[in-house]
Design a protein around this ligand. Sequence first.
Ligand code: M7G
Length: 388
Amino acid sequence: MLETADKKQIESVETSNSDNRNKHERQGQSAASSSESSPVVVVDGSSSISNNSYDLAYFEPTRILCNNSTHKTVTLLGQFRNLSSDNYAIVVLEKTAFAEVHLKKSKSVTTANSVVETSPRSESERNPAADDSRSFFSSKSLLRTEFINDIYGNFTCLTDAEINQLKVTIIYPASEKHILKYSSQTRYLVEETAKDYQTVTLPHLEQEQLSLEWLYNILEHRKEQERIVFEDPSDELGFILLPDLKWDGKTLEQLYLLALVRQKGIKSLRDLTATHLPLLRNIRDCGTKAISERFGIASNLLRIYLHYQPSFYHLHVHFTYLKHDPPGIQCEKSHLLSTVIENIELLTDYYQKVTLSCVLNERDKLYEKLVAAKNSTEEPECKRAKIE
Ligand code: M7G
């Protein structure tokens, strides 16, 4: 059972916004009595939503799962009062990066040493979601002086709300596994040998793993169809490239796309052999071409990688902008696609033989099982003899 609310932790958290409050007032109690069916995950403000149940005015946070000042995200556990009282929701609030398109006054923006030409028209052509008619340097930005000392000044700024949005991700209903995944916990580095994979990880994955329903929904065009950037429909080499849940799909500076392979049954890096090389090369080549065409970002500005351990065991490849540092790009978790291809070219069963390091949360059952397996094999002979 979930822990009960720790209200003290959340006293300072502002959970609703005036837009939602207004909507709430307009709707009266109608939302509260609306359907209790599970709504879809809202990836960005423009995504279709199966009903109007998501209203932050109804959200009651019970616990802060994680507050990350580096990524400017806060992850909350709580309940939507207008939805089921049995189910919990995870709400992730994220302050988005500055879009360069909003930093122009007219066609250029002056920096300390130079005039940087921006190309808002071409960006909005590539990405119609980017609103290039707005700027931080407009009468909508109100500066409030904190202090001015000699040549130094500190201010706060209230600016055009349209270009100062939060990205919000909602997971509902959230399972215990989601809560664990999104909670800040101590993480440990584990060396998973080929034998560990066969005897511990694989049986664990057969017993439990996060549902892949969202991913099959994408592959079968039931969800997020309008977000697809590129699709190769072939059975062997096919994949779908679309914005990752972590990206709002608009802020080019935070570009993050995901390639989901059509073939089912390739769980992770561990399953890859030379038979998958054409698939991996196809993802690399067609993925980079599609990103270059749609977003104007060249392949040498992209970080293309796989995670080990992933959260979802259906092969997928991450494409992120080199100048953006999203979660999960650290060397203990990510494997560059180019290196993966090289390794398999050298040795077809490289990933079936190699020991792979991975980072697991302390409360992850897989972590407990791997540690237990290692402890049992490392037990000294004499101790084992005594027990026997
Ligand atoms: P991973 O390597 O399995 O795990 O990546 P990670 O979460 O530790 O990175 C799975 C990727 O799928 C992540 O980058 C998620 O943000 C992304 N993702 C997860 N869900 C549930 C969705 C979804 O519903 N839609 C999209 N577009 N991406 C998702």
